[in-house]
Design a protein around this ligand. Structure first.
Ligand code: CA
Length: 239
C-alpha cells in the first residue's frame, strides 16, 4: 500500500477515529495507516461494540463497514444519528449498487468508499472530513436551559435539581433537539432520525412525544418557552 507522506496533514493527536470493521486484516491495515497519520484509532469488529466505544470516547470521525455481522453499518449509522451525533461517518462497502450508496447517504453517512479502495484515497477523504468538521470543537456534553440541566454522557436530566425520569425515546428526542438547538426540525426529520421510520404516516407520534417532553421540562407546557412549535414546519428547541 502507498503511504503518501507528502500529503500528510499536521499531526493532531487529539483526533480519535472509531473504526468499525469485522474483517481482521482490513481492520489491522487501516489501523496501521491511520496511526501512521497520527490519529488515535479505536478499532472494533462489530456495530454493538462500536456504539459502546462511541459513548466512551470523544470521537472525531467514524469509519464504518457496511457489511457487519448482526447489526449492519446502516443500522449503526442510523443509531448514531438518532442520538443526535453529527460526527462525520465514512462508510466502507464491497457493494457498488447505487441503491446502497443512496441508502447510506440517506441514513446519514457523509461519504462512501467502495472496496477495493486505495488507502491513499481513503486517507484523503478522512482528512477532508476531519477538516470540514467544526463538530470536534463543539461537542458540548452538558446543557442548561431554564430550570433544566441535561448531562448527555450520564443521561441525567434534572429540573430545579430534581432528577426527571425520561423514557429512552424521550431522552433521544431531547438529545436530538439539543444537537439541533435553535434550528427548526420537521416532524419527518424527527421520525427518520429519532425513530428510524421511513414511512411518514405517523407524525402524530412526534407531537405526542413533544407534548410529553414539554410536560417534563417546561414550566408552562401549554405555553412552551423552549420547545416551540414552528407552524407548518416542525419544532425548535430555543436555548
Ligand atoms: Ca465486513
Amino acid at each position: 500500500m502507498t503511504r503518501d507522506t507528502a500529503l500528510r496533514s499536521e499531526p493532531d493527536t487529539s483526533r480519535q477515529i472509531l473504526l468499525i470493521e469485522d474483517e481482521a486484516r482490513m481492520r489491522a491495515m487501516l489501523t496501521d495507516n491511520l496511526e501512521f497519520e497520527r490519529y488515535k484509532v479505536i478499532a472494533v469488529a462489530s456495530g454493538e461494540e462500536g456504539l459502546e466505544e462511541f459513548d466512551r470516547h470523544d470521537v472525531s470521525l467514524v469509519i464504518l463497514d457496511l457489511m457487519l455481522p448482526r447489526m449492519s453499518g446502516f443500522d449503526v449509522c442510523q443509531r448514531l444519528r438518532a442520538r443526535g451525533s453529527r460526527v462525520p461517518i465514512i462508510m466502507l462497502t464491497a457493494r457498488t449498487h447505487e441503491t446502497d450508496r443512496i441508502r447510506g447517504l440517506d441514513v446519514g453517512a457523509d461519504d462512501y468508499v467502495s472496496k477495493p479502495f486505495s488507502v491513499r484515497e481513503l486517507l484523503a477523504r478522512v482528512r477532508a472530513q476531519v477538516r470540514r468538521d467544526d463538530w470536534h470543537s463543539a461537542p458540548a456534553s452538558e446543557f442548561t436551559f431554564g430550570e433544566v440541566t441535561v448531562k448527555l454522557r450520564s443521561r441525567l436530566v434534572t429540573r430545579n435539581g430534581r432528577r426527571i425520569g425520561l423514557s429512552p425515546r424521550e431522552f433521544e428526542l431531547l438529545r436530538y433537539l439539543l444537537a439541533h438547538r435553535n434550528e427548526v426540525v420537521s416532524r419527518e426529520q424527527l421520525l427518520r432520525d429519532v425513530w428510524g421510520y421511513h414511512h411518514l404516516s405517523v407524525t402524530r407520534t412526534v407531537d405526542n412525544y413533544i407534548a410529553k417532553l414539554r410536560t417534563h421540562l417546561e414550566s408552562y407546557p401549554h405555553e412552551p418557552q423552549f420547545i416551540v412549535t414552528v407552524h407548518g414546519s416542525g419544532y425548535q428547541l430555543v436555548v
